[in-house]
Structures are given as structure tokens and as C-alpha cells.
Write a protein that binds this ligand. Structure first.
Ligand code: HH2
Length: 286
């Protein structure tokens, strides 16, 4: 079959129930239903507190909820499908009725399948749908949105000694390859966003290189989603502990948006929403 060039609109992210307009930057609010996430582990482990957090993030301005049941911090243990699902099921079930798109942050095909069956709109996968069956699932399951992220190695060992000849070229080549695999399997580009994976098998210098040269990733023709929130590179630069990285996180989100990111994945939705409103107002004045 001849390769068909499909040009997708960079301003649209098609997801199961919602066609998201990316003309203004969107905020993806993080809800970690885990005991061990690097910045909020244990805060939302029970379903009631997780749901309360979902509602709070929507009130503060979240455009998308990203709900995860397994930490991907460096050295995090891997859960079984059943362990991860036990944390997620009740929260996802309730979250899909809150009126905003819901994303599931998982790299397990079976967890993706169950989440999509509950009506979840987006698969956010730090392994870019590399697990067996994941691409076919996305291709066959309606028009769910997908976020493909780059990671070098896996969470158990990724920060041991990350190394690249050129981090930006390598991330770009990987995301190009994954885009190609998804397109060949029938996942239309308008369903896909791309993420260079800040902190995933990368030193602070690699992460900053990705920020400085972020515009090179725009050549891939799909919207970029960036997750700088509270990450250790911000701590390295500011000398601040994880709980004191609010200002640094907001600044990083704005820097990412200024360099073309269309979606920012953040813990602190209210502060990010205020900052983006000012950024937009200033932009509109130009
Ligand atoms: N970062 C984390 C988890 N999922 N997904 C995408 N697309 N991009 C990211 O940068 C990203 C992600 C890590 O952050 P968090 O979920 O707060 O921590 P933990 O993995 O410890 O739960």
C-alpha cells in the first residue's frame, strides 16, 4: 500500500469524547492515586480523596485530568495489572462523569483497555505504546487520544547514567519512529500528542537542552505536551525541595508554552492557570 501523507491540524487533539482546541495552551492536571509518587505520593491514594482532587483541579482550571495508579519516579517498583487497576477503577469511573476529558497515565495494555472501556478519553503512555498490543488497542478503540512520551531505559534504572550524543536528535528520532508506527496501524495523527519526557533518563543538562531547542520538535507536526512540574531539574537549578518548587514549575510551564508547547502537565493547576492567563493577555497585545 502506498504511503499516504496525512496532514493533521496542529491546533486539534482528537480524543474519545472531546475534540480539544489547542489554539490556547491547555492544562493537564495530575492526580496520582499512588502511595509513592515523587511529589504527592500518598495524598490521593484513597478514591474519595482522589476524586476530591479531580474536582478541585477542574475548579482551578484543569482542561484535562491525568490519572495514574503507578509511580514512574526513578527506582519505582512495577505493579501488576490488578494492583494498578485496584487503585484506578473507582476513580476513573467517577472521573469520566465530571465533564472534562480524562487521561489514564499507564504503560500496561490491559489497564489501557479497561480504562477505555470505562470511557476514558486519552492514553498517556511514558513508554509510547511500546507494550505488546498497545498500538493495536489504540487503533481499534474508537478515536481515543494518545500521548507518546520518550524515555531512555526504564524507571528502575533510567537515572543511573543517562547519556546521548545529542539528546534532541535522539528524542526526535524516537518520536518520529513511534508516530510512523501508529500512523501505519491506523491511528490518525490528529489523535496524537508528543512529549520529550522531561526527567525520564535525562540529566538536568539534557532537560534544559530539550527546553532550549524545543522548537526543533515542532517539525514533527504534532502538538507537544510537556511535564516539568516539580521535577528534580527545577530543584537542581533553584536549590528548592520538591514541596517548594511551585514558582519554578510555573516558570518552566510558561517557558515550555513560549517555545510552542500546547499542553502542560502540572500538579499546581490554579497557579499555572493564572500565569497562562497573563501570558495570553500579553500575547494578545502584540
Ligand atoms: N511525568 C510523570 C508521569 N507521567 N507523562 C507524561 N506524558 N509526561 C511527563 O512528563 C510525565 C508523565 C512523572 O510525574 P508524576 O506523575 O507527578 O510522578 P510519579 O510518576 O512519581 O507518579
Amino acid at each position: 500500500m502506498a504511503n499516504k501523507l496525512v496532514i493533521a491540524d496542529m491546533n486539534i487533539w482528537q480524543t474519545t469524547r472531546f475534540q480539544l482546541d489547542l489554539m490556547r495552551p491547555l492544562i493537564m492536571g495530575i492526580v496520582n492515586v499512588t502511595p509513592d509518587s515523587f511529589s504527592d505520593g500518598g495524598q490521593f491514594l484513597n478514591a474519595a480523596s482522589a476524586l476530591h482532587q479531580c474536582e478541585r483541579l477542574i475548579q482551578e482550571g484543569a482542561d484535562i485530568l491525568d490519572i495514574g495508579g503507578e509511580s514512574s519516579r526513578p527506582g519505582a517498583p512495577t505493579l501488576s495489572v490488578e494492583e494498578e487497576w485496584l487503585r484506578l477503577e473507582g476513580v476513573l469511573k467517577a472521573a469520566v462523569s465530571l465533564g472534562v476529558p480524562v487521561s489514564v497515565d499507564t504503560c500496561k495494555t490491559e489497564v489501557m483497555r479497561r480504562a477505555l472501556d470505562l470511557g476514558v478519553d486519552i492514553i498517556n503512555d511514558i513508554r509510547a505504546l511500546e507494550a505488546p498490543g498497545a498500538v493495536d488497542l489504540a487503533a481499534s478503540h474508537g478515536q481515543c487520544g494518545v500521548c507518546l512520551m520518550h524515555m531512555q531505559g526504564d524507571p528502575a534504572t533510567m537515572q543511573a547514567r543517562p547519556s546521548y550524543p545529542d539528546v534532541v536528535s535522539e528524542v526526535k528520532a524516537f518520536l518520529t519512529q513511534r508516530l510512523g508506527v501508529l500512523s501505519a496501524s491506523g491511528v490518525l495523527p490528529d489523535r496524537i500528542t508528543l512529549d520529550p519526557g522531561i526527567g525520564f533518563g535525562k540529566t538536568p543538562a539534557h532537560n534544559i537542552d530539550l527546553l532550549k531547542r524545543q522548537s526543533e520538535l515542532l517539525d514533527l507536526g504534532r502538538p507537544l505536551l510537556l511535564g516539568w512540574s516539580r521535577k528534580s531539574t527545577l530543584g537542581q537549578i533553584t536549590g528548592k525541595a520538591v514541596e517548594d518548587r511551585l514558582a519554578a514549575s510555573v516558570a518552566a510551564a510558561l517557558a515550555a508554552v513560549t517555545r510552542g508547547a500546547r499542553i502542560v502537565r502540572v500538579h499546581d493547576v490554579g497557579a499555572t492557570a493564572d500565569a497562562l492567563k497573563i501570558w495570553q493577555a500579553a500575547n494578545l497585545c502584540n
